[in-house]
Ligand binder design. Structure first.
Ligand SMILES: Cc1ncc(C[n+]2csc(CCOP(=O)(O)OP(=O)(O)O)c2C)c(N)n1
Ligand SMILES: [Mg+2]
Length: 896
């Protein structure tokens, strides 16, 4: 006997009664079979639910539609006109891709994704998706990236594009229609970059949560905005897709609707050939507290199911696997009769009165307009939890037998003239598309009904009723943001006055100051992934409070402390728990709120720098595409400054990864005033009168040292990436320069003194706040020179700044490749020291010795350069190596 552990431990008040029930069940199984027993059990569960008995939710239901036909909402529209519109959209989407591939071989495009989801979108466009006209906030719709052709085709019918635009599909150089949703490339159109699978789904969840946050914090009324996310069934394999669905359930995000396009296929083949993806997803979503609507069968199955008195049809539906379902739609009616209905005489009898064509015409739920409408209607009227609609479709639907349900369908981007003729037939476009237009060699034409045509009027009127066209970006500025004056930043100008503090502490203080700034503070969104205490941000828990939709239902364990853990509905901090991906998604929601809602917000996502770019690099890339504005703060930065952690914690390369993101302004400040300048200037650049769509990445450290006061007149240079921090000491004759960033200033400063005291070298100290900025400026200048031959060449800033100083040595807590970004523009011998290799746990001193970035190595580097230049005696470096006890025979750190 199988023992269900937990039931066994419950007290039984009446064992005899229990036994009677069990015997009854055993008898049903024995006499009437398992299906009957299953039926009775589900009836009992249903009744228990109705009686509020509190039975645990079952995670799966039979393989039939969740909404019974008698509960379907009535479709209010003109089905004929909508069908015509849909056909035009389908036709133009296909033709656009085919023409793109005809004109320029290999430019690609996808036919089959949209072919399977056209109806899912069209019902949304005609009846559900709310636009942003007249200052309305509207809905937030995440489209499946590969469905983009269909979204363009609809925009074409709406006269947002013309034929020439469609002909520029995928010719992004010069402003054609982007291959996928890219706000960076089409900033007036696309809002959400979705094509990297999994990012749209996770972003949509945190977006819906962020809307609740805005609402609870009384910043913006978000009750009239729904987040829709269209997801591929294959896409659900991405951890980002399903990884946060429990958050959506837990937070009761009833403003969120997902539509999973279950065409049973991904790129290479079936998603779950040996199982059923819809059943698997149902279980996961139900377990996570979602309202699940399965939309599997079209209306012409309803009469068959109604006659299924003994449950054989449902059993057959339950038994067939996706690999078989895919095959049925790639064959024909006779095959379906034989293989689906055939084996069981009772089933075969059910379809005896139907022709093979009728059997073939039995539809999938996602291709049944009324049922899609009913599912959406149920979703938007559901309260208390998010809804997922699992819509079964056919990949490549209407594109003909060579494409529909084929394993290769995802990659098909061309249709022959015969295939186009067949599509025209399927879509009943005989009048609209003359036969000769599809003659071999001809370019298949687009079709758009004239402006006054009933389809056009209907389309326009429907979108008017739903507040205008979409997608559309950016939203009107609905709640402008006032930037703070210098007050929150002022305290960092004076330095720490003898006190040893870290740049992390300074940053946390600045964050608090900003959150307190009158008229601005409420727009600050501090985001942390369960590292608040590590960064000293626990001090903010009480003051700013942690956002929790349901408030705080318990007295926290530390309630007696001044800095107790405080959750509240109006809380400002998003404490996301251990999810860097979720935190980044929250940051993206806040960082794009200016464009998606017209409500600029100022997010500061502070994370363990090692678990930033390395962990969630693709989300950050997506944020750049989405034109995010905000601050990413990599704390506990550096490979030697964060001691005692080891190789998976100590970050010596996030600045290298950051250097790959075009609009990321990456800074590695050494001092509090540098950090505050970057934030102050950054705020003005991103949220000022002429905002730029960039974001900032700052690394802050946990090493305490005295913060010096701000030197005069260096703010522009801090932002440009480099400034002279200390002059060379008076006296010695040889000249050199040491460039540092972050906490490496200490090694640089001691090296300066050693060089002066022992080696007669006068070294200037330069703070390099951003090698990325320096490199980008230098590249621009280099390009200018290349394209303006004959004109007096210009010199990059880094070249001008470091001219005439003698050899230059750079030292940072990052890999040598970070300072090497500027190597070719340094106008002198350039040496860089860095932390190449795996991090490891030890004291800072031991680590800096190990990675060869302490003052001794800086001295040796400077002397080596001077010797190579012939300025000092050739054996001077060796004597320094001896003096400092360096072992020249050791392996480089990256090999150890
Ligand atoms: C992160 C990521 N990996 C891989 C791809 C390449 N890719 C594009 S579409 C696709 C298959 C999509 O299948 P599914 O999600 O089921 O969507 P469908 O087209 O079937 O609706 C793949 C693997 C991608 N776009 N993003
Ligand atoms: Mg699929």
């Amino acid at each position: 006997m199988i023992i269900d552990g937990f039931h066994h431990q419950l007290p039984d008040l009446d064992p005899q009664e229990t036994q009677e029930w069990l015997d009854a069940l055993d008898q049903v199984v024995e006499v009437q079979g398992k299906p009957r027993a299953r039926f009775l059990m589900s009836k009992l569960i249903e009744r228990s639910r109705a009686q509020n008995v509190g039975v645990p939710a079952s995670v799966s239901t039979p393989y039939i539609n969740t909404i019974p036909p008698e509960h379907e909402a009535w479709f209010p529209g003109d089905e004929y006109l909508e069908k015509r519109i849909r056909r035009f959209v389908r036709w133009n989407a296909a033709v656009m891709v085919v023409r793109a591939n005809k004109a320029a071989d290999g430019i690609g495009g996808h036919l089959s994704t949209f072919a399977s989801s056209a109806m899912l979108y069209e019902v949304g466009f005609n009846w559900f998706f709310r636009g942003k006209s007249d200052g309305q906030p509207g809905d937030h719709v995440y489209f499946q990236g590969h469905g983009a052709p269909g979204i363009y085709a609809r925009a074409f019918l709406e006269h947002r594009f013309d034929e020439a635009d469609l002909d520029r599909f995928r010719r992004e150089i010069g402003g054609g229609l982007s291959s996928y949703p890219h706000p960076r490339l089409m900033p007036d159109f696309w809002e959400y970059p979705t094509v990297s699978m999994g990012l749209g789904p996770i972003n949509s969840i945190y977006h819906a949560r962020f809307n609740k946050y805005l609402h609870h914090r009384r910043i913006d009324d978000t009750t009239e905005s729904r987040v829709w996310c269209f997801v591929g069934d294959g896409e659900t394999d991405e951890p980002e897709t399903l990884g946060s669905i429990s958050l959506a359930g837990r937070e009761h995000l009833d403003n969120l609707t997902w539509v999973v396009n279950c065409n049973l296929q991904r790129l290479d083949g079936p998603v779950r050939g040996n199982g059923k993806v819809i059943q698997e997803l149902e279980a996961m979503f139900r377990g996570a507290g979602w309202n699940v609507i399965k939309l599997i069968w079209g209306a012409n199955w309803d009469p068959l199911l109604a006659r299924d008195v003994d449950g054989v049809l449902v059993n057959r539906m339950n038994a067939a696997v996706d690999g078989e379902y895919q095959r049925y739609k790639a064959e024909d009616g006779a095959y379906v009769r034989e293989h689906f209905f055939g084996p069981d005489p009772r089933l075969r009898g059910m379809v005896e009165h139907m022709s093979d064509d009728d059997v073939w015409a039995l539809r999938r739920g996602g291709h049944d307009y009324r049922k899609v409408y009913a599912a959406y209607h149920a979703a938007v009227n559901h309260k208390g939890s998010p809804t997922v609609i699992l819509a079964k479709t056919i990949k490549g639907w209407t594109l003909g037998p060579d494409v529909e349900g084929r394993n290769a369908t995802h990659q098909i981007k061309k249709l022959s003239n015969e295939q186009l003729m067949m599509l025209r037939e399927r879509l009943h476009l005989h009048e609209e598309i003359p036969e000769e237009a599809l003659a071999p060699g001809a370019d298949p034409p687009y079709y758009r009904p004239p402006r006054g045509a009933p389809e056009c009027r209907y389309l326009t009127q429907r979108r008017k009723a739903l507040n205008g066209r979409l997608p559309k970006r950016p939203a009107e500025l609905r709640r402008p943001l006032d930037l703070p004056d210098h007050a929150p930043f002022a305290e960092f100008d004076a330095g720490s006055g003898g006190q040893a503090v870290s740049t992390t502490m300074a940053f946390t203080r600045l964050l608090r100051n900003l959150a307190r700034a009158p008229g601005f503070g409420e727009r600050v969104v501090p985001i942390i992934p369960d590292e608040g205490r590590t960064f000293g941000m626990d001090a903010l828990f009480k003051e700013l409070q942690i956002y929790a939709a349901s408030g705080q239902k318990y007295e926290p364990v530390d309630h007696h402390l001044i800095l107790s853990y405080k959750e509240s509905t109006g809380g400002q901090i998003l404490e996301e728990g251990i999810t860097e991906a979720g935190s980044t998604a929250s940051w993206i929601a806040a960082a794009t709120s200016y464009a998606t809602r017209g409500v600029p917000m100022v997010p500061f996502f502070t994370f363990y720098s090692m678990f930033g770019f390395q962990r969630v690099g693709d989300l950050i890339w997506g944020a750049a595409d989405a034109r995010a504005r905000g601050f990413l703060v990599g704390a506990t930065a550096g490979r030697t400054t964060l001691m005692g952690e080891g190789l998976q914690h100590q970050d010596g390369h996030s600045h290298l990864l950051a250097s790959t993101v075009p609009v990321c302004e990456a800074y590695d400040p050494a001092f509090a005033y540098e950090m505050s300048t970057i934030v102050e200037r950054g705020l003005h650049r991103m949220y000022g009168a002429e905002p730029d769509d960039v974001f900032y990445y700052l690394t802050v450290y946990n090493e305490n040292y005295e913060m010096p006061p701000r030197p005069q007149g260096i703010d522009d240079a801090i932002m440009a990436g480099l400034y002279r921090w200390a002059p060379a000491p008076d006296g010695p004759g040889h000249r050199a320069a040491i460039v540092f960033s972050g906490p490496s200033h200490a090694a640089a400063r001691i090296a300066q003194a050693e060089l002066a005291d022992h080696y007669g070298v006068a070294a200037e100290l330069w703070s390099a706040t951003s090698f990325k900025k320096l490199r980008e400026e230098a590249l621009d200048v280099e390009r200018w020179n290349r394209l303006h031959p004959g004109e007096p060449p210009r010199a990059p800033y880094v070249t001008r700044a470091l001219a005439g100083l003698g050899p230059v040595a750079a030292v940072t807590d990052y890999m040598t490749a970070v300072p090497d970004q500027v190597a070719r523009w340094v106008p002198a011998r350039y040496t860089s020291l860095g932390t190449d290799g795996f991090g490891r746990s030890d004291t800072r001193e031991a680590l800096r010795d190990f990675f060869e970035v302490d003052y001794r190595h800086v001295v040796v580097a400077v002397l080596g350069a001077l010797a190579a230049d012939g300025v000092v005696a050739p054996d001077l470096p060796r004597s320094a190596i001896g003096r400092y006890g360096i072992d020249p025979s050791s392996l480089p750190p990256r090999m150890r």
